[in-house]
Design a protein around this ligand. Structure first.
Ligand SMILES: [Zn+2]
Length: 444
Protein backbone atom coordinates (compact mmCIF):
# COMPACT_ATOMS: atom_id res chain seq x y z
CA UNK A 1 0.00 0.00 0.00
CA UNK A 2 1.26 3.45 -0.94
CA UNK A 3 0.61 6.26 1.48
CA UNK A 4 0.77 9.79 0.15
CA UNK A 5 2.00 12.76 2.18
CA UNK A 6 -1.44 14.34 2.05
CA UNK A 7 -2.90 11.20 3.55
CA UNK A 8 -0.31 11.27 6.35
CA UNK A 9 -1.12 14.91 6.91
CA UNK A 10 -4.87 14.26 6.93
CA UNK A 11 -4.49 11.24 9.19
CA UNK A 12 -2.20 13.20 11.48
CA UNK A 13 -4.63 16.09 11.58
CA UNK A 14 -7.60 13.81 12.33
CA UNK A 15 -5.70 12.07 15.13
CA UNK A 16 -4.64 15.41 16.60
CA UNK A 17 -8.19 16.75 16.25
CA UNK A 18 -9.63 13.77 18.11
CA UNK A 19 -6.99 14.04 20.82
CA UNK A 20 -7.75 17.71 21.28
CA UNK A 21 -11.48 16.97 21.41
CA UNK A 22 -10.89 14.34 24.07
CA UNK A 23 -9.21 16.76 26.40
CA UNK A 24 -10.79 20.10 25.67
CA UNK A 25 -12.13 22.12 22.79
CA UNK A 26 -9.46 24.77 22.59
CA UNK A 27 -9.63 26.18 19.07
CA UNK A 28 -6.24 27.78 19.54
CA UNK A 29 -4.58 24.44 20.21
CA UNK A 30 -6.39 22.91 17.26
CA UNK A 31 -5.12 25.61 14.89
CA UNK A 32 -1.61 25.37 16.32
CA UNK A 33 -1.58 21.63 15.70
CA UNK A 34 -3.10 22.09 12.25
CA UNK A 35 -0.19 24.42 11.49
CA UNK A 36 2.30 21.81 12.69
CA UNK A 37 0.67 19.11 10.59
CA UNK A 38 0.76 21.36 7.50
CA UNK A 39 4.42 22.23 8.09
CA UNK A 40 5.09 18.50 8.41
CA UNK A 41 3.30 18.01 5.13
CA UNK A 42 5.19 20.82 3.39
CA UNK A 43 8.49 19.29 4.30
CA UNK A 44 7.69 16.28 2.11
CA UNK A 45 9.05 16.44 -1.42
CA UNK A 46 6.02 14.69 -2.93
CA UNK A 47 3.62 17.15 -1.34
CA UNK A 48 5.41 20.12 -2.85
CA UNK A 49 5.15 18.45 -6.23
CA UNK A 50 1.39 18.52 -6.21
CA UNK A 51 -0.42 21.43 -7.79
CA UNK A 52 -2.72 23.76 -5.89
CA UNK A 53 -6.29 22.67 -5.15
CA UNK A 54 -8.55 23.56 -8.07
CA UNK A 55 -11.11 25.91 -6.63
CA UNK A 56 -13.67 27.67 -8.81
CA UNK A 57 -15.43 30.85 -7.64
CA UNK A 58 -18.74 30.06 -5.96
CA UNK A 59 -19.93 33.47 -4.78
CA UNK A 60 -23.62 33.96 -5.64
CA UNK A 61 -24.48 35.27 -9.10
CA UNK A 62 -27.77 36.61 -10.49
CA UNK A 63 -30.25 34.15 -11.94
CA UNK A 64 -32.88 34.85 -14.59
CA UNK A 65 -36.29 34.43 -13.01
CA UNK A 66 -38.63 32.37 -15.15
CA UNK A 67 -41.93 34.20 -15.75
CA UNK A 68 -44.72 31.99 -14.43
CA UNK A 69 -47.63 32.02 -16.84
CA UNK A 70 -50.09 30.24 -19.07
CA UNK A 71 -49.16 30.55 -22.75
CA UNK A 72 -52.26 31.02 -24.93
CA UNK A 73 -50.61 30.08 -28.24
CA UNK A 74 -53.81 30.29 -30.32
CA UNK A 75 -56.12 27.67 -31.90
CA UNK A 76 -57.46 26.95 -28.42
CA UNK A 77 -54.12 25.49 -27.24
CA UNK A 78 -52.59 26.36 -23.85
CA UNK A 79 -49.29 25.53 -22.16
CA UNK A 80 -48.38 26.44 -18.60
CA UNK A 81 -45.43 26.49 -16.24
CA UNK A 82 -47.53 27.45 -13.22
CA UNK A 83 -46.53 24.62 -10.90
CA UNK A 84 -43.52 23.76 -8.75
CA UNK A 85 -40.54 22.42 -10.68
CA UNK A 86 -41.84 23.66 -14.05
CA UNK A 87 -39.59 25.05 -16.77
CA UNK A 88 -40.98 26.51 -19.95
CA UNK A 89 -39.59 29.84 -21.13
CA UNK A 90 -41.64 30.35 -24.28
CA UNK A 91 -44.16 28.61 -26.52
CA UNK A 92 -45.18 29.58 -30.07
CA UNK A 93 -47.72 28.11 -32.48
CA UNK A 94 -45.69 27.75 -35.69
CA UNK A 95 -48.61 26.40 -37.70
CA UNK A 96 -51.90 24.66 -37.02
CA UNK A 97 -50.34 21.52 -35.62
CA UNK A 98 -46.75 22.49 -34.65
CA UNK A 99 -45.89 24.16 -31.35
CA UNK A 100 -42.34 25.18 -30.60
CA UNK A 101 -41.32 25.30 -26.93
CA UNK A 102 -38.21 27.12 -25.83
CA UNK A 103 -36.19 26.18 -22.75
CA UNK A 104 -33.38 28.30 -21.26
CA UNK A 105 -31.27 27.97 -18.11
CA UNK A 106 -31.27 29.91 -14.85
CA UNK A 107 -27.90 31.50 -15.73
CA UNK A 108 -24.75 30.75 -17.69
CA UNK A 109 -22.16 29.30 -18.03
CA UNK A 110 -23.86 26.08 -17.09
CA UNK A 111 -23.48 22.37 -17.61
CA UNK A 112 -25.93 21.72 -20.46
CA UNK A 113 -28.64 19.55 -18.94
CA UNK A 114 -31.79 21.32 -20.08
CA UNK A 115 -34.64 20.49 -17.77
CA UNK A 116 -38.17 21.05 -18.98
CA UNK A 117 -41.57 20.48 -17.35
CA UNK A 118 -44.90 22.01 -18.38
CA UNK A 119 -48.62 21.35 -18.79
CA UNK A 120 -50.56 21.38 -22.06
CA UNK A 121 -54.28 21.23 -22.94
CA UNK A 122 -56.69 22.45 -25.61
CA UNK A 123 -60.36 23.38 -26.00
CA UNK A 124 -61.00 20.39 -28.21
CA UNK A 125 -59.17 17.20 -29.13
CA UNK A 126 -56.24 17.74 -31.50
CA UNK A 127 -53.28 15.84 -32.87
CA UNK A 128 -50.20 18.09 -32.58
CA UNK A 129 -46.41 18.10 -32.77
CA UNK A 130 -44.26 19.67 -30.07
CA UNK A 131 -40.76 20.81 -30.91
CA UNK A 132 -38.28 21.25 -28.04
CA UNK A 133 -35.67 23.96 -28.64
CA UNK A 134 -32.95 25.26 -26.34
CA UNK A 135 -30.68 28.22 -25.77
CA UNK A 136 -27.33 28.15 -27.56
CA UNK A 137 -25.51 25.88 -25.11
CA UNK A 138 -28.37 23.47 -24.61
CA UNK A 139 -29.34 20.32 -26.43
CA UNK A 140 -32.05 17.76 -25.98
CA UNK A 141 -30.74 15.57 -23.13
CA UNK A 142 -33.86 14.16 -21.49
CA UNK A 143 -36.12 11.63 -23.20
CA UNK A 144 -39.62 13.09 -22.71
CA UNK A 145 -42.02 11.66 -20.15
CA UNK A 146 -45.78 12.18 -20.09
CA UNK A 147 -48.36 12.07 -17.30
CA UNK A 148 -52.12 12.50 -17.00
CA UNK A 149 -52.04 13.51 -13.32
CA UNK A 150 -48.63 15.14 -12.77
CA UNK A 151 -47.72 12.24 -10.47
CA UNK A 152 -47.12 9.12 -12.53
CA UNK A 153 -44.98 9.56 -15.62
CA UNK A 154 -44.16 7.21 -18.49
CA UNK A 155 -41.82 7.50 -21.46
CA UNK A 156 -43.24 8.79 -24.74
CA UNK A 157 -43.76 5.99 -27.21
CA UNK A 158 -40.58 5.79 -29.30
CA UNK A 159 -42.69 5.82 -32.49
CA UNK A 160 -43.86 9.35 -31.63
CA UNK A 161 -40.42 10.69 -30.70
CA UNK A 162 -38.13 12.29 -33.30
CA UNK A 163 -34.78 13.61 -32.06
CA UNK A 164 -32.82 15.84 -34.44
CA UNK A 165 -29.51 14.06 -33.95
CA UNK A 166 -26.13 15.35 -35.06
CA UNK A 167 -22.70 13.75 -34.85
CA UNK A 168 -20.08 15.55 -32.76
CA UNK A 169 -16.38 15.77 -33.65
CA UNK A 170 -15.56 12.96 -31.20
CA UNK A 171 -18.04 10.65 -32.93
CA UNK A 172 -20.69 10.89 -30.18
CA UNK A 173 -24.20 11.90 -31.12
CA UNK A 174 -26.39 14.59 -29.61
CA UNK A 175 -29.94 15.69 -30.31
CA UNK A 176 -29.99 19.46 -30.95
CA UNK A 177 -33.75 19.48 -30.64
CA UNK A 178 -36.55 16.93 -30.69
CA UNK A 179 -40.15 16.59 -31.73
CA UNK A 180 -42.93 14.53 -30.20
CA UNK A 181 -46.38 13.76 -31.61
CA UNK A 182 -49.29 13.65 -29.23
CA UNK A 183 -53.04 14.13 -28.88
CA UNK A 184 -54.20 16.93 -26.65
CA UNK A 185 -57.67 17.64 -25.23
CA UNK A 186 -59.33 19.57 -22.36
CA UNK A 187 -57.75 16.98 -20.03
CA UNK A 188 -54.39 18.41 -18.95
CA UNK A 189 -51.20 16.51 -19.78
CA UNK A 190 -47.87 17.01 -18.01
CA UNK A 191 -44.66 16.71 -20.04
CA UNK A 192 -41.27 16.61 -18.30
CA UNK A 193 -37.66 15.53 -18.72
CA UNK A 194 -37.90 13.01 -15.86
CA UNK A 195 -40.54 11.68 -13.50
CA UNK A 196 -41.36 14.93 -11.72
CA UNK A 197 -40.12 14.86 -8.13
CA UNK A 198 -40.59 18.15 -6.32
CA UNK A 199 -39.91 19.34 -2.80
CA UNK A 200 -43.46 18.29 -1.76
CA UNK A 201 -42.96 14.78 -3.10
CA UNK A 202 -39.76 14.46 -1.06
CA UNK A 203 -41.55 15.87 2.01
CA UNK A 204 -44.29 13.24 1.70
CA UNK A 205 -41.61 10.54 1.52
CA UNK A 206 -39.88 11.99 4.59
CA UNK A 207 -43.20 11.94 6.49
CA UNK A 208 -43.58 8.24 5.66
CA UNK A 209 -40.09 7.50 6.99
CA UNK A 210 -40.77 9.53 10.13
CA UNK A 211 -43.43 7.01 11.14
CA UNK A 212 -40.56 4.73 12.19
CA UNK A 213 -39.58 5.30 15.81
CA UNK A 214 -35.90 5.25 14.82
CA UNK A 215 -36.22 8.10 12.26
CA UNK A 216 -36.16 11.78 13.20
CA UNK A 217 -35.47 15.02 11.37
CA UNK A 218 -33.48 18.17 12.09
CA UNK A 219 -33.60 21.57 10.44
CA UNK A 220 -30.03 22.59 9.73
CA UNK A 221 -30.60 25.91 7.95
CA UNK A 222 -32.46 27.75 5.26
CA UNK A 223 -31.86 28.10 1.54
CA UNK A 224 -31.43 31.50 -0.16
CA UNK A 225 -35.18 31.63 -0.82
CA UNK A 226 -36.04 30.58 2.73
CA UNK A 227 -36.81 26.89 2.24
CA UNK A 228 -35.93 24.58 5.12
CA UNK A 229 -32.77 22.51 4.77
CA UNK A 230 -33.42 19.25 6.59
CA UNK A 231 -31.49 16.15 7.55
CA UNK A 232 -33.06 12.83 8.52
CA UNK A 233 -31.47 10.69 11.19
CA UNK A 234 -31.96 6.93 10.89
CA UNK A 235 -30.77 4.81 13.77
CA UNK A 236 -30.51 4.52 17.52
CA UNK A 237 -26.75 4.63 17.99
CA UNK A 238 -24.82 7.16 20.06
CA UNK A 239 -23.28 8.80 16.94
CA UNK A 240 -19.90 7.19 17.51
CA UNK A 241 -20.37 5.64 14.06
CA UNK A 242 -22.11 7.58 11.32
CA UNK A 243 -23.00 7.43 7.62
CA UNK A 244 -24.04 10.30 5.33
CA UNK A 245 -26.12 10.24 2.14
CA UNK A 246 -27.30 13.18 0.02
CA UNK A 247 -29.10 13.75 -3.29
CA UNK A 248 -30.54 16.38 -5.63
CA UNK A 249 -27.74 18.88 -5.65
CA UNK A 250 -28.64 19.05 -9.36
CA UNK A 251 -32.41 19.46 -9.75
CA UNK A 252 -33.20 17.28 -12.80
CA UNK A 253 -31.18 14.32 -11.51
CA UNK A 254 -34.23 12.51 -10.21
CA UNK A 255 -32.92 9.02 -11.03
CA UNK A 256 -30.21 9.72 -8.42
CA UNK A 257 -32.91 10.47 -5.85
CA UNK A 258 -34.66 7.21 -6.76
CA UNK A 259 -31.41 5.32 -6.04
CA UNK A 260 -31.08 7.13 -2.68
CA UNK A 261 -34.68 6.16 -1.91
CA UNK A 262 -33.91 2.46 -2.40
CA UNK A 263 -30.74 2.90 -0.31
CA UNK A 264 -32.50 4.67 2.59
CA UNK A 265 -35.56 2.40 2.66
CA UNK A 266 -33.27 -0.63 2.93
CA UNK A 267 -31.53 0.89 5.95
CA UNK A 268 -35.01 1.51 7.43
CA UNK A 269 -36.07 -2.06 6.61
CA UNK A 270 -37.44 -4.59 9.05
CA UNK A 271 -34.56 -7.05 8.52
CA UNK A 272 -32.15 -8.45 11.07
CA UNK A 273 -29.25 -6.80 9.25
CA UNK A 274 -30.91 -3.35 9.21
CA UNK A 275 -31.95 -3.59 12.88
CA UNK A 276 -28.40 -4.48 13.92
CA UNK A 277 -26.99 -1.74 11.75
CA UNK A 278 -29.29 0.91 13.23
CA UNK A 279 -28.19 -0.07 16.72
CA UNK A 280 -24.57 0.53 15.84
CA UNK A 281 -24.67 3.23 13.15
CA UNK A 282 -26.67 6.40 12.62
CA UNK A 283 -27.32 7.23 8.99
CA UNK A 284 -27.89 10.91 8.18
CA UNK A 285 -29.69 11.74 4.95
CA UNK A 286 -30.20 15.05 3.15
CA UNK A 287 -32.33 14.01 0.17
CA UNK A 288 -33.09 17.57 -0.98
CA UNK A 289 -29.78 19.42 -1.21
CA UNK A 290 -31.05 22.11 -3.58
CA UNK A 291 -34.70 22.88 -2.78
CA UNK A 292 -34.67 26.30 -4.50
CA UNK A 293 -33.27 24.85 -7.72
CA UNK A 294 -35.84 22.04 -7.69
CA UNK A 295 -38.78 24.38 -6.95
CA UNK A 296 -37.74 26.78 -9.72
CA UNK A 297 -37.12 24.08 -12.32
CA UNK A 298 -33.41 24.90 -12.63
CA UNK A 299 -31.12 22.97 -14.95
CA UNK A 300 -28.36 22.67 -12.34
CA UNK A 301 -27.74 25.64 -10.04
CA UNK A 302 -29.22 26.82 -6.75
CA UNK A 303 -30.87 30.21 -6.19
CA UNK A 304 -27.37 31.69 -5.82
CA UNK A 305 -26.77 30.69 -9.45
CA UNK A 306 -24.04 28.25 -8.37
CA UNK A 307 -23.40 24.55 -8.93
CA UNK A 308 -23.32 23.52 -5.26
CA UNK A 309 -21.17 20.52 -6.12
CA UNK A 310 -18.30 22.95 -6.80
CA UNK A 311 -18.70 24.68 -3.42
CA UNK A 312 -17.46 22.07 -0.92
CA UNK A 313 -14.17 23.90 -0.30
CA UNK A 314 -15.36 27.52 -0.45
CA UNK A 315 -18.68 26.86 1.34
CA UNK A 316 -20.21 30.09 0.04
CA UNK A 317 -23.69 28.67 -0.45
CA UNK A 318 -26.20 28.09 2.38
CA UNK A 319 -26.79 24.45 1.42
CA UNK A 320 -23.15 23.35 1.56
CA UNK A 321 -22.45 25.53 4.59
CA UNK A 322 -25.38 24.07 6.55
CA UNK A 323 -24.50 20.44 5.87
CA UNK A 324 -20.77 20.82 6.50
CA UNK A 325 -21.47 22.70 9.76
CA UNK A 326 -23.86 19.91 10.75
CA UNK A 327 -21.29 17.17 10.09
CA UNK A 328 -18.53 19.00 11.95
CA UNK A 329 -20.87 19.60 14.87
CA UNK A 330 -21.88 15.93 14.98
CA UNK A 331 -18.26 14.84 15.19
CA UNK A 332 -17.38 17.46 17.77
CA UNK A 333 -20.35 16.61 19.99
CA UNK A 334 -19.98 12.84 19.92
CA UNK A 335 -16.30 12.33 19.18
CA UNK A 336 -17.64 9.93 16.55
CA UNK A 337 -16.72 9.41 12.93
CA UNK A 338 -18.36 9.19 9.52
CA UNK A 339 -17.39 5.87 7.98
CA UNK A 340 -19.17 6.18 4.65
CA UNK A 341 -20.80 8.88 2.55
CA UNK A 342 -22.54 8.83 -0.82
CA UNK A 343 -23.83 11.60 -3.06
CA UNK A 344 -26.47 10.39 -5.53
CA UNK A 345 -26.63 11.94 -9.02
CA UNK A 346 -27.72 11.12 -12.56
CA UNK A 347 -25.87 11.42 -15.85
CA UNK A 348 -25.76 9.80 -19.32
CA UNK A 349 -24.89 6.32 -18.00
CA UNK A 350 -24.35 4.56 -14.69
CA UNK A 351 -20.93 5.36 -13.23
CA UNK A 352 -19.29 5.43 -9.80
CA UNK A 353 -16.80 8.19 -9.10
CA UNK A 354 -14.68 6.99 -6.20
CA UNK A 355 -11.62 8.20 -4.33
CA UNK A 356 -8.14 7.22 -5.44
CA UNK A 357 -7.97 3.64 -4.12
CA UNK A 358 -4.52 4.25 -2.65
CA UNK A 359 -5.98 6.71 -0.15
CA UNK A 360 -7.30 5.34 3.10
CA UNK A 361 -10.05 6.82 5.21
CA UNK A 362 -11.89 5.42 8.23
CA UNK A 363 -12.68 2.06 6.64
CA UNK A 364 -10.15 1.39 3.86
CA UNK A 365 -11.36 -0.49 0.80
CA UNK A 366 -15.03 -0.22 1.78
CA UNK A 367 -16.33 1.55 -1.35
CA UNK A 368 -14.80 -0.72 -4.05
CA UNK A 369 -15.86 -3.73 -1.97
CA UNK A 370 -19.50 -2.55 -1.84
CA UNK A 371 -19.63 -1.73 -5.55
CA UNK A 372 -18.14 -5.08 -6.55
CA UNK A 373 -20.30 -7.17 -4.18
CA UNK A 374 -23.55 -5.39 -5.10
CA UNK A 375 -22.83 -5.49 -8.85
CA UNK A 376 -22.27 -9.27 -8.73
CA UNK A 377 -25.90 -9.61 -7.62
CA UNK A 378 -27.16 -7.99 -10.84
CA UNK A 379 -27.05 -10.40 -13.76
CA UNK A 380 -24.88 -9.21 -16.66
CA UNK A 381 -24.06 -5.90 -14.96
CA UNK A 382 -20.47 -4.63 -14.99
CA UNK A 383 -20.00 -1.46 -12.95
CA UNK A 384 -18.14 1.46 -14.46
CA UNK A 385 -15.87 2.60 -11.63
CA UNK A 386 -13.81 5.75 -12.07
CA UNK A 387 -11.41 6.19 -9.15
CA UNK A 388 -9.94 9.67 -8.71
CA UNK A 389 -6.36 9.96 -9.88
CA UNK A 390 -4.85 12.57 -7.66
CA UNK A 391 -4.61 12.67 -3.94
CA UNK A 392 -5.55 16.25 -3.36
CA UNK A 393 -8.87 17.52 -2.18
CA UNK A 394 -11.35 18.59 -4.85
CA UNK A 395 -14.41 20.81 -4.76
CA UNK A 396 -17.11 18.13 -4.77
CA UNK A 397 -19.09 16.65 -1.88
CA UNK A 398 -17.43 13.24 -2.00
CA UNK A 399 -14.02 14.86 -1.76
CA UNK A 400 -15.23 16.90 1.23
CA UNK A 401 -16.61 13.79 2.95
CA UNK A 402 -13.33 11.95 2.51
CA UNK A 403 -10.73 14.64 3.15
CA UNK A 404 -12.54 16.45 5.92
CA UNK A 405 -14.12 13.50 7.73
CA UNK A 406 -12.29 10.41 6.55
CA UNK A 407 -15.59 8.94 5.30
CA UNK A 408 -15.07 6.42 2.50
CA UNK A 409 -17.05 8.20 -0.18
CA UNK A 410 -18.41 8.01 -3.68
CA UNK A 411 -20.52 9.85 -6.20
CA UNK A 412 -23.22 7.36 -7.13
CA UNK A 413 -24.35 8.27 -10.66
CA UNK A 414 -27.17 6.47 -12.36
CA UNK A 415 -28.08 6.87 -16.03
CA UNK A 416 -30.87 9.25 -17.08
CA UNK A 417 -32.61 6.33 -18.78
CA UNK A 418 -31.59 3.44 -16.52
CA UNK A 419 -34.71 1.32 -15.85
CA UNK A 420 -36.28 2.41 -12.57
CA UNK A 421 -36.32 -1.15 -11.14
CA UNK A 422 -32.57 -1.43 -11.73
CA UNK A 423 -31.96 1.97 -10.11
CA UNK A 424 -33.89 0.87 -7.04
CA UNK A 425 -32.11 -2.46 -6.90
CA UNK A 426 -28.71 -0.75 -7.04
CA UNK A 427 -29.70 1.52 -4.16
CA UNK A 428 -30.96 -1.43 -2.12
CA UNK A 429 -27.91 -3.61 -2.77
CA UNK A 430 -25.53 -0.77 -1.94
CA UNK A 431 -27.25 -0.34 1.44
CA UNK A 432 -27.26 -4.09 2.09
CA UNK A 433 -23.53 -4.54 1.50
CA UNK A 434 -22.68 -1.28 3.25
CA UNK A 435 -24.46 -2.54 6.40
CA UNK A 436 -22.92 -5.99 6.09
CA UNK A 437 -19.34 -4.77 5.64
CA UNK A 438 -19.53 -2.01 8.23
CA UNK A 439 -20.92 -4.41 10.85
CA UNK A 440 -18.00 -6.73 10.16
CA UNK A 441 -15.53 -3.86 10.43
CA UNK A 442 -13.52 -4.61 13.55
CA UNK A 443 -11.91 -1.17 13.72
CA UNK A 444 -15.32 0.57 13.85
ZN1 LIG B 1 -25.12 15.76 -10.74
Amino acid sequence: MKICPLEISRGLFLTIKRTVQMFNNSKFLLFLLLGISLIGCKSSQQWEGQGPIQIVPTESKPIYIQAKKTFDVGSGIYLSNEFEGARLNDAILVNDTLIQVFISPENEPINPSPWYAFKIWSGEEKAIRLKFTYSENGFHRYYPKISKDGQTFSNFDSSSYFPDTIELQNGATRAQSAEVRLNISPDTLWIAGQDLVGTKHVDVWKQELLRHSFVSKTKIGKSTQGRDLEVLKIGESDDSRMVMAISMQHPPEIPGFLALKGFVETICGDTRLARKFREKYNTYVMPMMNPDGVANGHWRHNAGGIDTNRDWVNLNQPETKALTDFMKRKEAESGGEFFFAADFHATWEDIFYTMNEELEGNSPGLVPKIIKASSRKIKGYHPNIRPGEGNQRGVTSSSYFFFEHGAESMTFEVGDNTPRELIRKKGELTAKFLMKFLLKNKSA
